[in-house]
Design a protein around this ligand. Structure first.
Ligand code: ZN
Length: 193
């Protein structure tokens, strides 16, 4: 009996805590991030990205990551803390934009100045390359409404948002990833554009 008493006490405390949380969730519909995650059927998997090597494209990369966070529930891209090893490295260079996915949600992205100099939109490029890291292949040629149509949509296309199919594919990649490793995209292969 002396052993069981503390257990009952703990259970009572947990019940009270749970009730308070439930009441708070109802009273505050404009919930903070953790509550939003808790509301989802599957909690978002967090992947960090390091844009410190992306030079003049850093704000475009941040926007591209934020667009994915707005677009899907299954994954959240978060800036890595200083000195933290990130899941995704984002670099600027003078080549064509490309991605090197390693495993789903991990890899390296290059924001290539060659395309930027030709007039392609930097936020669309950033979101597109991050899309490869999230397991999406290119869809070319394709319309501007498709993020993964990439450069085939032309330089006039500034749409940085994935379409319905692309969003669903990322959601599926990360829910399927609970039971397997690797994404829809082959790992260790550079995807140019
Ligand atoms: Zn591509």
């Amino acid at each position: 009996m002396h052993v069981r008493k503390p257990t009952i006490g703990l259970a009572a405390v947990l019940t009270v805590t749970f009730s308070l949380m439930g009441g708070q969730a109802v009273a505050a519909p404009s919930a903070t991030a953790p509550s939003e995650v808790a509301d989802s059927a599957v909690a978002a998997r967090v992947f960090t990205y390091d844009a410190s090597g992306s030079a003049e494209f850093k704000s475009a990369v941040d926007r591209g990551a934020a667009i994915w966070n707005e677009s899907v529930d299954a994954v959240e891209l978060r800036p890595a803390a200083t000195g933290q090893r990130a899941n995704i490295r984002v670099l600027a260079d003078n080549g064509w934009p490309r991605a090197l996915p390693t495993t789903l949600g991990n890899g390296t992205v290059y924001i290539g100045r060659q395309a930027v100099d030709q007039g392609y939109n930097t936020i669309r490029i950033s979101a597109h390359e991050l899309g490869h890291i999230l397991g999406l292949p290119d869809r070319k040629p394709g319309p501007c409404s498709s993020l993964m149509s990439g450069s085939t949509a032309g330089i006039a296309c500034t749409n940085p948002y994935p379409d319905t199919v692309e969003k669903a594919e990322v959601e599926d990649n990360f829910s399927s990833a609970l039971t397997r490793t690797g994404g829809a995209v082959r790992s260790g292969v550079v995807i140019v554009d």
